[in-house]
Design a protein around this ligand. Structure first.
Ligand code: SF4
Ligand code: SF4
Length: 676
């Protein structure tokens, strides 16, 4: 009777679960197509590292990271226990094939018992965070994250209680069996392998076999019913990530993270994303997979400087809207309706313009996210709609776009002045030295900004001193359009990129040296979208090599404490963290002092994503926050390797009136000073 009843309950619960998941799958299929089925080996590797290895958790904030690690592995190991307990409705001594006590069952039982205890402890810690300590990572970062504050968070608490019940139900079930089945050969084979269940059994022994059986049977029912209830809550809650995060990791972006998606401007009817059905299925899967952990917002410079953007809130708003319009999207896919689904989400309805413009495209959110959710592409896609379809963008950008169109630089200075910095330095031009090994692509900031021209000159002198065969394009050097792309002006970017590639082709350029991470990223990672393939070398890498080869000699300098600020576009976008540090530490007398946020968790200077040309409210400046973090290390010098960082941190130092006592220098300048 109880087997029959249980079978009926399982059928109903599984039917409901499959029905809900089926709709979620149909919703996924109703999203835009994108190919994420290539490079299977690479994808499987990511699953091993990020899903099973839980890399972002164990290398991130503690103790929450290890807590999640044990809950995850507890679920993996206890999956066998759940199957075993379900099957025992029909066969009292069932074991999953291969997992009987005389085979793999012994070690499994030890692990199972330990996991039941460890996961219970982790859940108690999680309950403490939700019910007592209320960290902002769970309750929202103000002012941007309003949606999580003031909520009951019942769902999180219920799920935790469910897990706790599943763990304790398992222990009581097995503990009771050890008492009432004592003497049974299969049970006696289990006994030595179940330390935690044995403790529970010892506690139940005084009650006698009948009570132990009653408690074990009740625990079995409660355990199995809670598992089924849990399963049905999953696709309707943030815990859907338990099912979707592994596929989300598998389908991660494998193109260089610094390459924004290429728009087919010739064959598209819509420019950018403005409606919920315009996201790709991977972007929809991102929405399913958010655990609401808040790691993204806790690292976001926009959130931390009081701007209206918090990545978690942005994604959850999109997810709510997606679920509200689930049936409409499915109907559209089935051909029952046509036209856009829902309202235009960009603007007053859902994602305000200011939220989108607040992003510096720094990728701190993506780096922090344990389930590899992608943000920058979504934000830029929505900016593309604003710029290209609605011509709606911050007023100051009108001048920037115009300047890029007419003078090929965002400053709007005459393109003819691009090589003024080189006057009197005898720097060869490519037109005169087409056989030079390297093209030194100076970039707009290094060519036009007064402060950054000093870095450019220092670098050119080092190249000459080391006997490097190089030349510059001079007035022929075009802007590569990076800023336009990050600002959503894809049309302008594509025309500038194609112009630049045309110039490189004209001079058969193969190797390019840059000292700007934005130029580096775009030429290396985005130009291949237009068949522009080059060997792109950043300044620190080249200088490091020249020192190694003995072509530059670093001489002793007065002792100084240097803190190095990672540029987002070298660091998080291109994984260049160590080379600039290596060359700094090779300068005799230099003591490198790391900021709390450095390398992968380094904080943006506030100048990326077009913010170099936008007005930031004076009381909410990212560069002020970053300079304060740098000053905590009590440096003599702040070292940078990006012209935008140089400008932003320079302004920040001025605002703090510290520019007299703390130097701000490019790594190239520090090398230059020690070789002169
Ligand atoms: S890219 Fe940077 S600024 Fe933009 S949402 Fe992510 S963390 Fe925030
Ligand atoms: S996007 Fe990632 S980091 Fe942000 S809340 Fe969701 S799971 Fe956590």
């Amino acid at each position: 009777m109880s087997s029959l009843l249980f079978a009926l309950v399982v059928l109903v619960a599984m039917g409901l679960f499959v029905h809900t998941v089926y709709d979620r799958v149909r919703l996924l299929l109703a999203s835009r197509p994108i190919d994420r089925f290539d490079q299977l080996a690479e994808r499987l590797k990511a699953v091993l590292v990020y899903a099973f290895g839980q890399k972002k958790f164990v290398t991130g904030e503690q103790p929450a990271g290890w807590m999640h690690f044990f809950i995850f592995w507890g679920f993996v190991i206890l999956g066998l226990q759940i199957v075993t307990m379900f099957a025992r409705a029909f066969s009292e001594h069932f074991y999953v094939p291969g997992f009987a006590p005389h085979l793999l069952g012994g070690p499994f039982l030890v692990l199972r018992d330990l996991m039941e205890v460890i996961v219970s402890a982790a859940i108690l810690l999680a309950l403490y965070r939700w019910l007592v300590s209320h960290p902002p990572r769970l309750f929202g970062y103000r002012p941007a994250e309003t949606r999580l504050a003031g909520q009951s968070h019942w769902e999180a608490v219920v799920i935790l209680l469910f897990i706790l019940t599943i763990m304790s139900g398992g222990l009581l079930y097995d503990g009771g069996r050890l008492v009432y089945l004592a003497g049974n050969p299969s049970l006696e084979a289990e006994r030595p392998w179940e330390p935690a269940s044995a403790v529970v059994g010892a506690l139940l022994t005084p009650l006698g076999a009948a009570w132990a059986k009653g408690i074990s049977d009740v625990a079995w029912w409660v355990h199995n019913l809670v598992v089924l209830a849990f399963l049905n809550l999953l696709p309707r809650s943030k815990h859907f990530h338990i099912l979707t995060s592994i596929p989300n990791v598998f389908f991660r972006k494998l193109e260089p993270v610094g390459a924004l998606s290429l728009m087919d401007l010739e064959n598209t009817e819509t420019f950018g994303t403005s409606h919920i059905d315009q996201f790709t299925w991977k972007q929809t899967l991102d929405m399913y997979s958010c655990t609401e952990c808040g790691r993204c917002s806790s690292h976001c410079p926009a959130t931390l400087s009081g701007k209206p953007l918090a990545p978690r809130q942005l994604l959850l708003n999109l997810r709510d809207y997606l679920y509200e319009h689930q049936q409409e999207m499915i109907n559209k896919r089935l051909g029952k309706t046509d036209g856009e689904v829902g309202e235009n989400i960009v603007g007053e309805t859902l994602i305000h313009d200011d939220v989108l413009w607040a992003c510096t495209t720094c990728r701190a959110c993506e780096e922090a996210c344990p389930v590899l959710i992608e943000y920058v592409d979504k934000i830029v896609d929505m900016r593309r709609h604003l710029v290209q379809e609605e011509a709606r963008f911050p007023a100051e950008l009108t001048r920037t776009f115009k300047a890029m169109e007419t003078q090929s630089n965002p400053w709007g200075l005459s393109y003819e002045k691009r090589a003024e910095w080189a006057e009197g330095l005898d720097i060869p031009l490519v037109a005169e030295h087409p056989d030079a090994e390297y093209l030194y692509f100076v970039g707009c900031a290094g060519s036009f900004d007064e402060r950054n021209k000093k870095t450019t000159i220092a670098f050119a002198k080092l190249l000459k001193k080391a006997g490097v065969s190089f030349a510059i394009l001079g007035p022929e050097e075009p802007c590569n359009g990076e800023t336009a792309r990050r600002l959503g002006n894809e049309y302008l970017f594509q025309s500038m990129a194609q112009t630049a590639i045309g110039v490189f082709t004209q001079y058969t350029v193969k190797k390019i040296i840059v000292n700007c991470p934005h130029c580096f990223n775009t030429i290396k990672n985005e130009f291949p979208q237009f068949d522009g393939h080059y060997e792109v070398i950043h300044a620190a890498e080249l200088l490091s090599r020249l020192v190694r080869e003995g072509k530059l000699t670093l001489q002793a300098q007065p002792p100084q404490r240097v803190t190095y600020h990672d540029s987002c576009y070298y660091g998080r976008y291109n994984d260049i963290y160590d080379t600039p540090r290596e060359i700094l530490t090779k300068i005799p007398g230099t003591q490198l002092q790391e900021m709390e946020r450095h390398k992968h968790t380094g904080m943006c200077c506030g100048g990326g994503g077009g913010w170099m040309w936008m007005e930031e409210p004076h009381d909410k400046r990212v560069n002020h926050l970053r300079v304060a973090q740098a000053l905590e290390t009590q440096p003599d010098t702040i070292a940078v390797s990006c012209p935008f960082c140089m400008i932003m941190l320079g302004d920040g130092l001025k605002a703090k009136s510290d520019e007299e006592t703390v130097q701000l220098l490019d790594v190239v300048e520090l090398v230059g000073n020690s070789t002169s």
